[in-house]
Design a protein around this ligand. Structure first.
Ligand code: ATP
Ligand code: MG
Ligand code: MG
Length: 406
């Protein structure tokens, strides 16, 4: 006969109170943008407490977190105070005060992924040097700090030449292309000069851009999401197609490069690996994000475990979920600001209104306090029975013919 005695209470292994529900650990997130908001949704579903640190009152995550601490994730004292209220500290943006995270870790604060990972990734040149040491295939790159050195790089790599800021880059802000030697000095000036910290990359004439999200648990096991194609417009992610329309051989190669790259970094969580596919079927790594990523938004509707829930499972030491797709195809469209202020809000609202009439469509609106041109204001995911159907639904939504250029 089964015992009628209640089971003994579950504990988290740290001598704390009995666990009620999934986990008692409070998650602290540096940053409260859209990625933070979607992390909060996933935490809320599982009844896990989540607090965010972001300087902007009314930032996207503020309406869905358990608590919003208004303050800078770049300020050491603020981050230290914030860490006191969390059982585990994570990020939704890599441009945080990594030096403070390094110190906090030494004092026993649990940062996932590890501060060393944030330190490497937040400086794209350092990131490239790191991955080249681990023999990850990359476009050729070189540090430049004088006009003479960038001219030498131009001679070596040819033109167009991709010039990048080492730090604080996002959505292509921080990148500029020099078409020829004559343009070098104005391109450098447009990025804020050599003082800003610049490096160059050989131009990669890719045929596709791919992305793989890799999740790593606290005990170092990994799972990979299906390879997706990311379509960029003016350096900003515009559309994501899942799964990518490439051969199984390319999928395997992309996944293995991504997994190898992530295994060279420390800590738990999800990581996005942005890749170039070249004409001769090479896969080159562009960059890694140590957090959920735009190329994984579709996983909320299209995968058994979304990248957001996966990140939470990973950093809390819970079993990782199934990353595979539960629908044959998904497409994600970023709603970028098309105009400033009210005019921009009006255009976005028109698009959203049409989206709500299309089957399989989910609208995400980040509710950012301000509308700006080219700013990520929301996204739309369409899930459906085939690649063709989700693409044609997106064409319908955008009121364009499938033969029009993207
Ligand atoms: P993100 O918002 O993804 O963080 P970012 O500002 O860090 O973007 P990158 O990922 O470095 O910028 O580059 C943005 C885009 O510019 C890439 O997705 C790709 O389309 C293009 N690009 C970057 N590097 C190269 C290169 N070496 N050759 C050709 N195109 C490139
Ligand atoms: Mg980047
Ligand atoms: Mg990028």
């Amino acid at each position: 006969r089964a015992s009628m005695q209640p089971a003994s209470p579950a504990h988290d292994g740290h001598g704390g109170p009995p666990v009620h529900g999934v986990s008692n650990t409070v998650i602290g997130v540096l940053g409260g943008g859209q990625l933070g908001k979607m992390l909060c949704h996933a935490a809320s579903q599982m009844g896990i407490r989540i607090v965010i640190l972001d300087p902007l009152p009314g930032c996207p995550a503020s309406s869905v977190c358990d608590e919003h601490v208004i303050g800078s994730f770049n300020d050491g004292d603020t981050v230290r105070e914030f860490a006191k209220r969390c059982g585990v500290l994570t990020v939704e943006i890599e441009h945080v005060d990594a030096a403070t995270l390094e110190k906090l870790e030494k004092q026993g604060v649990d940062c996932e992924p590890k501060a060393s990972t944030i330190t490497i990734i937040q400086d794209k040149y350092r990131q490239k040097k790191h991955f080249s040491r681990y023999e990850i295939p990359l476009p050729d790159f070189m540090e430049v700090d004088t006009l003479r050195s960038i001219e030498e790089a131009g001679e070596k790599f040819g033109y167009p030449l991709m010039v990048k800021s080492k730090r604080l880059a996002y959505d292509g802000r921080g990148n500029a292309v020099a078409k020829n030697k004559e343009e070098l000095s104005s391109v450098v000036a447009s990025l804020g000069g050599f003082e800003r910290g610049l490096y160059v990359e050989r131009w990669t004439p890719f045929v596709k851009e791919l992305s793989v999200i890799v999740a790593r648990s606290r005990d170092n096991s990994t799972v990979c999401y299906p390879v997706v194609e990311t379509v960029h417009k003016e350096n900003i992610c515009h559309v994501v197609e899942a799964p990518a329309d490439v051969s199984n051989k390319i999928k395997k190669l992309a996944t293995s490069v991504a997994e190898k790259a992530i295994k060279s970094l420390e800590g738990a969580g999800v990581f996005a690996v942005e890749l170039f596919l070249t004409e001769d079927d090479q896969i080159l790594l562009n960059e890694v994000a140590p957090r959920p990523h735009n190329s994984g938004h579709h996983t909320i509707e299209s995968c058994y475990t979304s990248q957001y829930e996966q990140h939470i499972r990973a950093i809390l030491g819970l079993p990782l979920g199934d990353p595979s797709m539960k629908a044959p195809a998904a497409i994600m469209y970023n709603i970028l600001g098309e105009d400033e202020g009210e005019a921009g809000f009006f255009l976005a609202h028109q698009l959203i209104s049409r989206a709500l009439t299309i089957p399989g469509t989910s609208v995400h609106w980040y509710a950012k306090p301000e509308m700006r041109k080219q700013r990520k204001m929301g996204h739309i995911t369409i899930v459906g029975p085939s690649k063709i159907s989700v693409k044609s639904r997106l064409d319908n939504l955008l009121q364009r013919n499938s033969s029009d250029p993207k």
